[in-house]
Design a binder for this molecule. Structure first.
Ligand code: ZN
Length: 248
């Protein structure tokens, strides 16, 4: 069930039997020579839609722009600075909480969002602790990185082993190719495997990782691998979301 394709009376009815919502969050940033700029938003969005086909769950619109300051050396990359992204997340969660949502499950596709999203959760809890000292709101948030799901990690190791790397990975590129076969790119890359190193500023990133990849060989990406990763992710995330609803 997509929030954007629902009416407010339908959301009212949903809230009578579930207080949970999945909010895909990603980034709009370069993903090397053959990876789509929307990769980090496309992946969690397609997985969330897959989960919603298996169980009854509402999926919020994807937060498609994230904290990607280090990718600004490449055309097309967009960023929200950490303080802006924290404000966006806080406002969105508090909007949903106003209507009675109590479990906000952020399905994330971008490592660069993790620290900021986690800090935003602390900001939200601080609002409860400071301004509502005697009454808990029951509002709880969880961050789940699709690429860390156990079934996904196992499959990535089997499919790509040391070629996975850490940015513009063959796993995430495969998943986007499965979701958007019309956007598959055939690009030769040199060196085959990208260098590794730390991430700081955009200029430093561009100097260390000239084509945008980090440690990966995304030329190995395929629609077939993406289909396998999709099913593994949907299975794990469905279970994780249900545990979040029931145990928290
Ligand atoms: Zn990515």
């Amino acid at each position: 069930m997509q929030l954007q394709l629902s009416t407010w009376p339908e959301v009212d009815v949903y809230l009578e039997h579930s207080k949970g919502i999945i909010i895909p969050i990603g980034s709009t940033e370069q993903h090397g020579p053959n990876g789509l700029i929307g990769t980090d938003a496309i992946c969690p969005e397609v997985i969330a839609k897959g989960v919603a086909e298996k169980i009854e769950v509402l999926v919020a619109p994807t937060i498609s722009v994230g904290m990607a300051q280090h990718h600004q050396g490449f055309a097309g990359s967009m960023t929200l600075r950490p303080s802006t992204l924290m404000a966006v997340i806080t406002d969105l969660v508090e909007s949903l909480a106003r209507h009675g949502f109590e479990r906000c499950y952020f399905l994330n596709g971008h490592g660069g969002n993790v620290a900021t999203v986690t800090a935003a959760f602390s900001e939200i809890y601080a609002n409860t602790s400071l301004y509502s000292p005697d009454e808990d709101t029951l509002l709880r948030c969880k961050l789940s990185n699709w690429y860390m799901a156990p079934g996904v990690q196992k499959l990535s190791r089997e499919l790509f082993a040391g070629a996975e790397g850490s940015h513009a990975t063959p796993s995430e590129v495969s998943l986007t190719y499965y979701a958007h076969p019309e956007a598959v790119k055939d690009v030769k890359m040199s060196p085959k495997r990208a260098p590794t190193g730390p991430i700081t500023t955009a200029l430093d990133y561009r100097n260390r990782f000239p084509d945008g990849r980090i440690g990966s060989e995304p030329a190995l990406a395929s629609i077939e691998a993406g289909e396998k990763l999709f099913h593994a992710a949907v299975k794990d995330i469905t279970k994780d979301y249900q545990e979040f609803l029931n145990k928290t």
